[in-house]
Design a protein around this ligand. Structure first.
Ligand code: COA
Length: 163
């Protein structure tokens, strides 16, 4: 059976740090589904569809990866439905770990067959997070080192719409 994993997140927007984690996951799993979901504690800049569009553009040259949207419901249920027994999460620093530990144990409680796999991105992405990229970009800063050109274009469009 093919080893399938899901890589969930809000991806608002998808960054080069996320891509680094995805590439590492593709070295381990034959199939990875990037699952764009809502974190009810965050207010997103991009709609789920916009995030799906940008992520599809970023990954268009990769094989073994697809992008899906989780509109409602639990991630654990989604993993079960698609037959994925691994959840990939990127951890950049120790402070990420407490929240990740909690989510991982909760997801295991909800779906006992699932295992969360933590991958560390390249150290150059340690301080990269979607919220800081959004803040810098919306204030006119250059974030081209941290996101794919198509993501940059969508950020610029959003900035124009909001001004
Ligand atoms: N490089 C750069 N940034 C990274 C990164 C990496 N390798 N890995 C994580 N991050 C950043 C993200 O950009 C994000 O930054 P932000 O807070 O500034 O937006 C932060 O680290 C972590 O967020 P993300 O990976 O997007 O995950 P999340 O915590 O927002 O996502 C869900 C959480 C969507 C997976 C979770 O809410 C979920 O599963 N929702 C579905 C409903 C559900 O089942 N809930 C119960 C869960 S137990």
């Amino acid at each position: 059976m093919k080893q399938k994993a899901i890589y969930p997140g809000t991806f608002d927007p998808f960054t080069n740090g996320h891509l680094d984690v995805l590439e590492r996951a593709l070295n381990i799993f034959e199939e990875v589904i990037v699952v764009i979901a809502e974190n009810c504690q965050k207010h997103a800049l991009f709609t789920l569809e916009e995030r799906k569009t940008m992520t599809n553009e970023v990954i268009c040259d990769y094989t073994g990866v697809t992008v899906e949207v989780l509109r409602k419901g639990l991630l654990a249920d989604y993993a079960r439905q698609v037959g994925a027994r691994s959840i990939v999460r990127g951890v950049r620093q120790v402070k990420d770990f407490e929240y990740e530990f909690q989510m991982s144990l909760l997801n295991r409680q909800l779906y006992p067959e699932v295992t969360t796999v933590f991958l560390m991105p390249n150290v150059k992405y340690t301080y990269v997070a979607s919220s800081i990229i959004k803040e810098v970009a919306m204030l006119g800063g250059d974030v081209s080192k941290f996101v794919h050109p198509c993501v940059l274009e969508m950020i610029h469009q959003k900035r124009e719409e909001q001004n």
